[in-house]
Design a protein around this ligand. Structure first.
Ligand code: F6R
Length: 241
């Protein structure tokens, strides 16, 4: 694992964009949320991603009407896919049988040959994708009930908490671990506990992101605030940098 401390989101975006362009992923896994937005803006401004790139959603809410501004497919299309003329692949959250939709998404990922590079954020509770604490590390794409903290954190994007869906489809931790490269980005003190648990706490389902610690090609890009607790934990566990 490589840990890159950056000054701010702009520096994180520049580092991550360089890395992504250098590796030129054929299949790019894309998280949604506030964290990767500066990165997507920069990738669009630079126009260096090949138009043959396929972007796979990491997760998607269930229950939002088609056209809702918070449908992650819509967000990723607007922020990344359409401006660069890329192709997007997403789970079918409108399917009558969401479990069958998960299986079809798995098939699509296999057909694509897997994710070459996965961009991740991290939840305050340590979730990656919508894999909430307690999720087994061998899960593949599945339907998840969102944790109360996740719904509360995402309420800012809706008209209050009651508008936040209760369920989503997410790639599982096994999918994320299978990605050939992972770039996880975290900013701010509110992510510090999650980042410290990921980097130096026990590898445990209590910290879904800790499942990535033994990944062979993981880059964590974080600002000083998100890394504040890292040294405390590392000093009595193990070094990760
Ligand atoms: C979104 C996703 C989530 C977010 C996480 C952080 O597709 O998979 O795991 O990455 O909740 O969200 P932000 O970046 O909004 O703090």
């Amino acid at each position: 694992m490589q840990i890159i401390e950056v000054a701010d989101p702009a520096e994180a975006a520049a580092f991550a964009a360089d890395l992504i362009e250098e590796h030129a992923p054929r299949v790019l896994g894309a998280a949604t949320g506030a964290t990767p937005e500066p990165l997507y803006r920069l990738l669009v401004a630079r126009q260096r991603l090949a138009p043959t790139t396929t972007v796979c959603l990491l997760d998607e809410y269930i229950g939002l009407p088609v056209g809702h501004r918070q449908r992650y497919r819509h967000v990723i299309e607007a922020q990344l896919v359409n401006p660069l003329g890329l192709t997007v692949v997403a789970p079918d959250v409108d399917a009558i049988d969401p479990t069958a939709a998960c299986r079809r998404y798995e098939d699509a990922l296999v057909e694509l040959g897997g994710i070459d590079l996965q961009i991740l954020g991290i939840g305050r509770n340590g979730h990656i994708g919508f894999n909430e604490p307690g999720t087994s590390f061998d899960t593949v794409t599945h339907v998840v009930e969102l944790a109360a903290t996740t719904r509360a954190d995402n309420a800012r994007c809706f008209d209050g908490l009651s508008g936040v869906p209760t369920h989503a489809i997410t790639q599982g931790i096994a999918n994320i671990r299978r990605a050939k490269r992972i770039v996880l980005i975290a900013f701010g003190r509110r992510k510090a506990n999650a980042v410290s648990a990921m980097l130096g706490g026990p590898v445990s389902t209590a910290s879904p992101a800790s499942a990535l610690r033994d990944h062979r090609d993981l880059v964590v890009i974080a600002d000083r605030e998100a890394l504040t607790q890292r040294n405390i934990i590392q000093s009595h566990s193990f070094g990760t940098a």
